[in-house]
Design a binder for this molecule. Structure first.
Ligand SMILES: [Zn+2]
Length: 308
């Protein structure tokens, strides 16, 4: 079955100000890579706007209102020291979350076996009631809740190979054992969470990696930590928080992954999805700040999705 690609030009209009690493050129680089003829078979879809009700699957109404009311008429405003918003941020954030909702609907509904959401702003640092770390709304949690509430699925797994720990996603999994969250990330690094595991929460798996760890350490973390726990959880849908900032060329962190590691990890997660979840897998872009490495890594990821 086909692989879907959800994106929208509005995601390019989220302006984070001069010199900010989470910039529109990131998404342009990913989309340019996916314009190559080898990706012609991708089924391209316009990301719809998430509704307020969709966002409230993962956030209290007061957070949705606080973010929306902080978006300026012109210029920039700051939600935290790293998280800036501009007039275009409203539609970008709604398209980013809406992409994951639509991808979940399509994949769970059987229209495709998997999907990649090429969107920004990213989401995995967004806490239920707080925007942080370039993230306004937690796109993957909105999608996971959609699968539970609209499609009656119970066990949803989110696997996060972004170099940063997805604190916002972890918060939601700690409160709900029907959500599984596994993260490989550099530690120490922003946001400083994800240092270890709590035996009382077998549905949350953190595998911190030291600076300068590369392919062998990452693959061991997946093989020994993430993948066995993911299989044991028996997910009905696998969602990937696909950040590519653990790449060796990324300027924000110090891990040393390559495109081949992202292709391998994608294939391994597809194998679990095939065995446990009827192949259903939805991936959403998170970080990745070296444009060339991001483009090549996202292409390797999507190539693996299309080969499933
Ligand atoms: Zn990141």
């Amino acid at each position: 079955m086909a692989t879907l690609l959800y994106t929208h030009p509005a995601c390019l209009a989220h302006d984070t100000g001069p010199g900010h690493p989470e910039r529109p050129a990131r998404l342009q680089a990913v989309l340019a890579a996916l314009d190559d003829p080898e990706f012609a078979a991708l089924q391209r879809r316009e990301a719809p706007l998430a509704s307020t009700e969709d966002l409230m699957l993962a956030h209290p109404a007061r957070h949705v209102q606080a973010v929306m009311s902080a978006i300026p008429q012109d210029g920039l405003s700051m939600l935290d020291g790293d998280t800036l918003v501009s007039p275009g941020s409203r539609e970008a954030a709604l398209r980013a979350a809406g992409a994951v909702v639509a991808a979940v609907d399509a994949v769970v509904g059987g229209a495709a076996s998997n999907a990649f959401c090429a969107v920004r702003p990213p989401g995995h640092h967004a806490e239920p009631d707080r925007a942080m770390g370039f993230c306004l709304f937690n796109n993957v949690v909105v999608g996971a809740r959609r699968a539970q509430q609209a499609h009656g699925l119970s066990r949803i797994a989110i696997v996060d190979f972004d170099v940063h720990h997805g604190n916002g996603t972890e918060t939601q999994a700690l409160a709900d054992q029907r959500l599984f969250y596994a993260s490989t990330h550099q530690s120490p690094l922003y946001p400083g969470t994800g240092m270890g595991n709590d035996p009382g929460h077998p549905n949350v798996i953190n595998v911190p990696l030291p600076p300068r760890a590369g392919s062998p350490e990452f693959r061991a973390a997946m093989i020994d930590g993430v993948l066995p726990a993911l299989r044991a959880f028996k997910p009905e849908l696998v969602i990937i928080s696909a950040g590519f900032d653990a790449h060796r060329d990324d300027p924000l962190a110090e891990l040393r992954l390559t495109e081949a590691d992202y292709a391998w990890a994608t294939e391994e997660l597809l194998a679990v999805a095939r065995d446990c979840a009827g192949g259903r897998l939805v991936s959403a872009l998170e970080g990745g700040y070296n444009l060339e490495a991001l483009a090549r890594s996202a292409a390797a990821h999507v190539r693996a999705l299309m080969a499933a």
